[in-house]
Design a protein around this ligand. Structure first.
Ligand code: NAD
Length: 550
């Protein structure tokens, strides 16, 4: 059945994927073209400066007040500046969005899709080296981590979202006798406010692009520590044909920007990813301002984690060790899904712990442009201080010992050695709190207690983002899936708890970890529409009595 009002011509749910879905993870082998491209681009960007403006409508405004952009692994090398918005800039950005709202939300859906599909193609090709090198410089990711984030995940978000849009638009009510019914998936009436974290270039792009694809206008406030690639993202959207004033980017004091956005009567939704405390604060503000708004705003937040790996007594030692090392130390433990509390049965503990420690000793750390390095620096001074304070706490505690690591140095960059803590207390501070750095805590349990331990896993932290259960015993897996039903929004069996792929592992957690709206899925896009039901009667009744009255 065809609803002309929707303008739906191509009803294939595979739009965005299908034949055009050809994204690859590049290998960056020595001597490969992609590696040479990234090296060249990295060196150019690292040795020059870029000034990031506010993007407000057609204007790119460089303010007088600026902050420096500093690579975390070499924080004395200034690679650019970013502008600090005034209250007027924020107000202007919102007013501009409101002016453009009607034309964008009435833009045919195919056109909106084409723009974001073109952005995906630009990322996959023309801008691939630039966004990868930018992520290596600005966020200190090694080349592989930059590739799977800034290129692959971002491309996937854009293409899969188009596919999900077509699925959503295809979901229509049935028609009744003499009536045709139609759901029109309107954009929200006001604007969406996207507040994004430092740790994924793809998340920054996706939180605004997903809402914009559904016809919304978006005020984007990226993290100060992702600005370098936020600019590349805006340049790509513009080159892909996104009209001015659909996504306006403002940078500066996050509280000031948020206070203005959240007091605006046309504020219709918050698309947030970041820490739990900031999200709770924003939610409170929205609650306090609720009578100011025309709409009940949509609130989507993906926040912190204290992600676990539970090794069952049948767990494979090599698979467990790899899951622990990759899960805990990739991108310096700065993934919301990073493994940070590990439960190990006594029977395999000597072998497993020994393997984890010995392998961790081989990890090299330094600049991301040296491809031997598995790890680089943590994101900024405050993160460095926070992480090192947890290490110092462990050093001074008699409930744990540090098996490896424990050193940190911020002379050149914010480097923290991968650190393995072994505790005798399953409620130890580093088993409970999000550290967001390369620190993992191990706890050894008695094999016979593995079922009881699952209750402890469930109750140890406020978070419920990701978790992994490693076992060769199917019954134990079934049991864990039931016991840990609400302990993680993403639950991995026989793998690390990180590394979600769009379209394969829709991502999000519950409890203190967020609203579980699953970024990279149809569920997320549904939050950015306000459906209107249109029911059309073909032969309207012409008198009021019903037959039973005869
Ligand atoms: P953050 O909370 O410090 O910052 C996130 C965003 O909020 C940034 O844009 C920042 O400028 C803004 N912000 C900071 N203080 C604010 C305030 N007072 N008012 C308004 N906005 C404010 O987080 P981060 O350090 O950028 O990212 C790390 C956090 O994000 C971790 O807790 C991590 O677990 C979480 N995270 C979660 C997911 C997920 O999918 N669950 C994904 C990535 C990151």
């Amino acid at each position: 059945f065809f609803h002309a009002e929707d303008g739906i011509r191509d009803r294939s749910p595979s739009r965005g994927l299908g034949d055009v879905y050809k994204r690859q993870i590049l290998g960056y082998h020595k001597g490969s073209k992609e590696r040479l491209d990234v090296e060249k681009t990295y060196n150019q960007m690292f040795n020059s400066k870029v000034d990031v403006p506010q993007y407000i409508g057609s204007e790119e405004i460089l303010t007088e007040s600026r902050k420096d952009i500093l690579p975390p692994h070499d924080h004395k090398n200034i690679v650019g500046t970013f502008s600090q918005a005034s209250e007027k800039h924020v107000n202007d950005a919102i007013e501009n969005l409101i002016q453009n709202k009607s034309s964008w939300s009435n833009t045919p859906w195919e056109k909106r899709c084409d723009i974001f599909l073109k952005a995906a193609d630009l990322l996959a090709d023309k801008y691939r080296a630039k966004i990868t090198a930018g992520t290596m410089i600005g966020q200190s990711k090694n080349i592989f981590q930059a590739e799977i984030d800034a290129a692959c995940e971002f491309i996937d978000f854009l293409r899969f979202n188009v596919s999900y849009l077509t699925e959503i638009y295809n979901e229509q009510p049935i028609d009744g006798p003499g009536k045709s019914n139609h759901l029109e998936y309107r954009a929200l009436e006001g604007f969406v406010y996207a507040v994004t974290p430092f740790n994924f270039t793809a998340i920054g792009g996706n939180l605004c692009a997903s809402a914009a694809l559904m016809g919304n206008v978006v005020l984007w406030k990226p993290s100060d520590n992702q600005i370098f690639t936020a600019k590349i993202t805006m340049d790509i959207f513009k080159e892909a044909g996104l009209p001015d004033g659909v996504i306006n980017l403002v940078t500066g004091d996050p509280e000031m920007i948020s206070d203005i956005a959240l007091k605006h009567p046309e504020f219709s939704g918050l698309h947030f990813t970041g820490s739990t405390s900031v999200f709770r604060d924003l939610w409170k503000k929205i609650g306090n301002n609720i009578s100011l708004y025309r709409d009940y705003p949509r609130i989507v937040g993906e926040t912190g984690g204290k992600d676990f790996i539970f090794c069952h007594p049948t767990a494979d030692i090599d698979a467990s060790a790899t899951a622990i090392i990759r899960g805990a130390f990739e991108f310096q433990g700065q993934k919301c899904s990073a493994a940070s509390r590990i439960y190990i049965p006594e029977s395999i503990s000597d072998n497993l712990i020994n393997k984890v420690v010995e392998e961790t000793k081989t990890i090299k750390m330094g600049s991301p442009i040296d491809f031997n390095n598995f790890m680089t620096a943590v994101i900024h001074k405050d993160a460095f201080k926070r992480i090192s304070s947890y290490i110092d706490y462990a050093k001074n505690s008699d409930e744990c010992k540090i098996l490896h690591g424990g050193n940190y140095d911020d002379t050149v960059g914010y480097f923290v050695q991968p650190t393995i803590i072994l505790t005798t207390n399953h409620q130890f501070k580093t088993m409970q709190e999000e550290i967001f750095g390369p620190v993992v805590t191990l706890y050894v349990y008695n094999d016979n207690d593995w079922k009881k331990m699952l209750d402890i896993v469930d109750n140890t932290s406020d978070y419920a983002l990701t978790g992994a259960f490693i076992s060769k015993d199917e019954e134990s897996i079934d049991h864990a899936l039931k016991k840990l039903k609400y302990s993680a929004g993403n639950f991995y069996v026989n793998d690390k708890p990180s590394g979600a792929v769009v379209g394969q592992q829709p991502f999000g957690g519950c409890r203190a970890s967020g609203t579980d709206d699953k970024a990279g899925s149809k569920l997320n896009l549904l939050r950015w529409v306000s459906p209107r039901l249109v029911s059309r009667t073909h032969n309207p009744p012409t008198d009021y009595p019903y037959e039973y009255m005869d």
